[in-house]
Design a protein around this ligand. Structure first.
Ligand code: SAM
Length: 276
């Protein structure tokens, strides 16, 4: 895919209801989304200031304390990506990935089964191994991660049990990256999605969340998906209001060079919060 996705003819989904947000996702193209966000220039591992290494460092630093650990970690709204659980795999016995869309679950399965046309996460694995002081062991890490992922489940954060008809939990930790603000029509819907997700987490368990700041849309192929713009204060309020104590909150400001026409994001937040 090229930046020509950002053309006036790209489908524009006007957000006004949960149903319309869902409709927008019918045209979500995993490969275009990966291309836009997880290749050069956003995934430039030569530059520590680049957004992708920043996200990986945030996650690695939470796991490196040893405090975030347990039997099961659930990743909500995984999309077609696995970067968000690379650091987790040393600290949990099992990882469950989940997404609303079958196309994303298929994309994840390709990588999990080592299929030749799967997205190449090796630079991500190498970077995280390097952070852990084991840069040569990235192939082992890939294998371990594949073994730890016990499932790629359907989820819908707008449902009281987001994993319905399956049930799980409560789990020891939840990761969720760029999901809640990208699937919620308004603040009320984001807060109810967060409440639904929180029911899956054990009290004392950790929520690790990454999200977009002040973003109103992103492109994923021929579709322009609306995003609920949120700022740091609102995110903190919503997470605290959902029954968490925020332990870490960091902000990344998107540099001009990474504003490449695939969204209008101002920055990215990272938070680690503990359920009360
Ligand atoms: N987590 C990935 C990342 O870090 O890049 C993907 C984030 S992508 C912006 C938003 C994801 O939310 C998509 O994969 C989409 O399929 C998923 N999604 C859409 N509606 C959802 C819903 N109701 N419940 C859960 N996930 C949903």
């Amino acid at each position: 895919p090229s930046l020509s996705d950002n053309s006036p003819s790209a489908n524009c989904v006007k957000m006004s209801s949960v149903a319309e947000v869902k409709q927008g996702y019918e045209l979500f193209d995993p490969r275009a989304y990966l291309q836009n966000n997880y290749t050069h220039p956003r995934a430039n591992f030569e530059s520590e200031d680049c957004v992708v290494p920043w996200k990986l460092r945030c996650l690695a630093s939470s796991f490196s304390t040893g405090e975030v650990r347990g039997r099961t970690l659930l990743d909500i709204g995984s999309g077609p990506t696995i970067y968000q659980v690379i650091s987790a795999c040393e600290h949990f016995e099992e990882i469950i990935l989940s997404d609303y869309l079958e196309v994303n679950r298929q994309e994840l399965s390709k990588w999990l089964h080592g299929e030749p046309d799967a997205f190449d996460w090796s630079p991500y694995l190498k970077y995280v191994c390097n952070l852990e002081g084991n840069s040569e062991r990235w192939l082992e890490k890939a294998e371990r991660l594949r073994q730890k992922v016990k499932g790629v489940w359907r989820c819908d954060v707008q449902q009281p049990n987001p994993l319905h008809p399956a049930s799980l939990g409560p789990v020891d930790a939840i990761t969720t990256t760029f999901c809640l603000e990208a699937v919620s029509a308004d603040k009320r819907s984001l807060e109810s999605a967060l409440a639904n997700v929180t029911t899956l987490l054990v009290p004392g368990g950790f929520l690790l969340m990454i999200g977009a700041l002040d973003e109103s849309y992103y492109l994923a192929g021929q579709v322009r998906i609306p995003v609920l713009p949120v700022d740091e204060e609102y995110v903190k309020q919503a997470v605290t209001g959902a029954g968490y104590r925020i332990r870490v909150f960091q902000t990344y400001i998107m540099p001009a060079g990474l504003k490449i026409g695939v969204d209008d994001v101002r920055g990215v937040f990272y938070l680690q919060a503990q359920k009360l």
